[in-house]
Ligand binder design. Structure first.
Ligand code: HEC
Length: 210
């Protein structure tokens, strides 16, 4: 795992480690208000969020899409699910959830992006996102962590490699009419999950922290 972040983002308070419940409560509070609470670094918060969103995507893929389209084939899955009375693709379900979060807050966002997106909405939106996607493309077993300022707001950004784990990934992407790439192979990095967290300004009473 690589670290491409300033020290200021790594304010993990080691002394809180044994108090696991405290740390979890702090995480919940932090998620609500969009700041990293004492004891939870931005990186750890992003890692935990990534675990949740990628597990949801994997569960939908296996327990819904694979089961109903392959194991017990009663439906199809299609990008055009509305017209075709089909199941949405896992990447679409992922984006729908992310769009609901975006409706609620600007302090946290997540997305499934690529340097070669089928859906142009899923391209890099900032320089750091592009650098992060390039980094995970070049280093498939590393995550990327960084910070950037947008519109006067500082953000912690984490990018996690999204790998073509199955033949279906590359088959569909390579053959898709909107895909800029047609030579992906199983095991290649197809893109990355990007988690963005608005960073808290340093407390006024403690200006030395940042
Ligand atoms: C049946 C076709 C199909 C399959 C199978 C498929 N994808 Fe996709 N994928 C798509 C479509 C269509 C989108 C655009 C979804 C949207 O509207 O956001 C997409 C989006 C993505 C994106 C975001 C960038 C982009 O291209 O828009 C990534 C990364 C991605 N898929 C990776 C994968 C991986 C990894 C797998 C296998 C585990 C996979 N896909 C399987 C069709 C497919």
């Amino acid at each position: 795992m690589i670290e491409v972040i300033g020290l200021s983002a790594m304010k993990t308070v080691e002394t809180l480690r044994p108090l696991r419940r405290t740390a979890l409560v702090a995480t919940a509070i932090a998620l609500t208000v969009g700041v990293a609470a004492d004891g939870v670094s931005y990186r750890r918060m992003a890692d935990m969020l990534h675990l949740v969103v990628s597990s949801d995507r994997a569960a939908y893929s296996t327990k819904v899409v694979q089961r109903l389209t392959r194991d017990d084939p009663v439906l199809t899955a299609s990008e055009y699910f509305e017209d075709e009375s089909a199941l949405p693709l896992p990447a679409q379900m992922f984006r729908f959830g992310a769009e609901l979060v975006a409706d609620e807050t600007e302090e946290l966002s997540y997305s499934l992006l690529s340097l070669y997106p089928i859906n142009k909405k899923n391209g890099a939106g900032t320089e750091l996102e592009e650098a992060g996607l390039q980094h995970v493309a070049d280093h498939p077993d590393e995550n990327f962590y960084g910070e950037e300022e947008l519109g006067g707001e500082r953000y912690f950004v984490a990018v996690y490699p999204d790998i073509a784990v199955a033949e279906a990934c590359v088959h569909c992407h390579n053959g898709h009419k909107d895909s800029p790439r047609s030579d992906a192979k199983v095991g290649d990095v197809m893109g990355g999950v990007v988690i963005r967290i608005a960073m808290a300004p340093p407390p006024a009473s403690d200006p030395g922290l940042d």
